[in-house]
Design a protein around this ligand. Structure first.
Ligand SMILES: NC(=O)c1ccc[n+]([C@@H]2O[C@H](COP(=O)([O-])OP(=O)(O)OC[C@H]3O[C@@H](n4cnc5c(N)ncnc54)[C@H](OP(=O)(O)O)[C@@H]3O)[C@@H](O)[C@H]2O)c1
Length: 266
C-alpha cells in the first residue's frame, strides 16, 4: 500500500494518539498535533499547537508546506467536553468548547485544503460522536458541537467533490480515553435544581466511557478508510452504535427522547 502524509490532531492522548501511532506503524508519514507532547515513547513527528490560537494554525500549515509541499490525509480528532446543565454553564466554557471542537476544525481545514489538493487520493476525516445524533442532557454543548461538525463535514464533502477530496465523519461511541478525565464539569451552585440529576447522568456517562472500546478500534477504522476510493458520509464504530443510529431513524422521536431521558436525564 502507498505511504501517505497524514496530519492527526489530538495526538497526545486517546483516539488521536492511537491513530497517529497506528498509521505510523503502517508505514505512513505522520504529523501528530497537540498542545502537550505525548507521554512516553512515540514515533510520529509531534507538532506543538494550541488549536484555539489562529496564528499557531497558520504556522502549522507553513511547516507542513515547507517540509512536504502537500498532505494526503487530515484527521481532525482533537476535542474537549463539558458536563453541566444548560442553565448553569458559563459563556466562557461554552466559547472554549466551540473554539476547540468547531472553530479550530474549520480553520485548520481551510488552511489544509490547498495542501490536500496537491495530495494523492486526499481525505478529510472528522471525529464526531454518536452524541451528535443521540443528544445527551447535561452534555448539550458537546452534543451541539458534534452535530455541528457533522453538518460541516457533509457540506465540505459536497464542496470538495470536484477536487476529489473526500470527507467523512467518524461517530465513535463510548471509548476508553483521557476524555473522561479531561471533561470540564460545571460546578453546580449550592441551590442548584439540577445537582443530583446532573451528577447521576455524568457518573453513568463516565462509567460507560471507561468501559468503552479501545481507541485502537477507531484508529484501525481510519487505517482502512484512508485506502478507500470513496468513504461513507459517516461511519459509526461498532455494531451496537450502527444499530442505535438505525433505530433513531425509524423509531418515533418521542420514544427516542423518552429512552434518552430514562438513561441520562432522570
Ligand atoms: N472518548 C470517547 O468516548 C469519545 C466518544 C466519541 C467521540 N470522541 C471524540 O474523539 C476525539 C478524541 O477524544 P479522546 O477521547 O481521544 O480524548 P482525549 O484523550 O482527551 O484526547 C483529546 C486530545 O485533544 C487535544 N486537544 C484538546 N484541546 C486542544 C487544543 N486547544 N489544541 C490542540 N489539541 C487539543 C488533547 O491534547 P492536548 O491536551 O495535549 O492539547 C488530546 O490529545 C474528540 O473529538 C472527542 O470528542 C470521544
Amino acid at each position: 500500500m502507498t505511504s501517505k502524509i497524514v496530519l492527526v490532531t489530538g495526538a497526545s492522548s486517546g483516539i488521536g494518539r492511537a491513530t497517529a501511532e497506528y498509521l505510523y506503524e503502517k508505514g505512513h508519514f505522520v504529523y501528530g498535533l497537540s498542545r502537550s507532547k505525548p507521554m512516553g515513547d512515540f514515533s510520529f513527528v509531534h507538532l506543538a499547537c494550541d488549536l484555539t490560537d489562529s496564528e499557531q494554525i497558520v504556522q502549522i500549515k507553513a511547516i507542513i508546506e515547507k517540509e512536504c509541499g502537500k498532505i494526503d490525509v487530515l484527521v481532525n480528532c482533537a476535542g474537549v467536553g463539558i458536563g453541566g446543565a444548560i442553565e448553569e454553564t458559563e459563556r466562557k466554557d461554552i466559547d472554549w468548547l466551540f473554539s476547540v471542537n468547531v472553530q479550530s476544525v474549520i480553520q485548520l481545514t481551510q488552511e489544509m485544503i490547498p495542501l490536500l489538493r496537491k495530495g494523492t487520493n486526499p481525505k478529510i476525516i472528522n471525529i464526531g460522536s454518536i452524541a451528535g445524533t443521540l443528544v445527551i442532557p447535561f452534555q448539550a454543548f458537546y452534543s451541539m458541537s458534534k452535530a455541528s461538525l457533522s453538518a460541516f463535514s457533509e457540506a465540505l464533502r459536497l464542496e470538495l467533490k470536484p477536487f476529489k477530496i473526500d470527507v467523512t465523519t467518524i461517530l465513535p461511541g463510548d471509548t476508553k480515553t483521557g476524555f473522561t478525565l479531561h471533561r470540564k464539569v460545571t460546578d453546580s451552585k449550592a441551590n442548584s435544581l439540577y445537582k443530583e440529576r446532573m451528577e447521576r447522568s455524568l457518573k453513568k456517562m463516565e462509567q460507560d466511557e471507561q468501559h468503552g472500546k479501545s481507541p485502537l478500534t477507531v484508529a484501525k477504522k481510519i487505517g482502512q478508510l484512508i485506502h478507500r476510493r470513496i468513504m461513507p458520509v459517516n461511519v459509526a464504530i461498532g455494531f451496537e452504535y450502527k444499530l442505535f443510529l438505525f433505530l433513531k431513524r425509524i423509531l418515533p422521536n418521542r420514544f427516542v427522547s423518552w429512552v434518552l431521558y430514562q438513561m441520562y436525564g432522570k
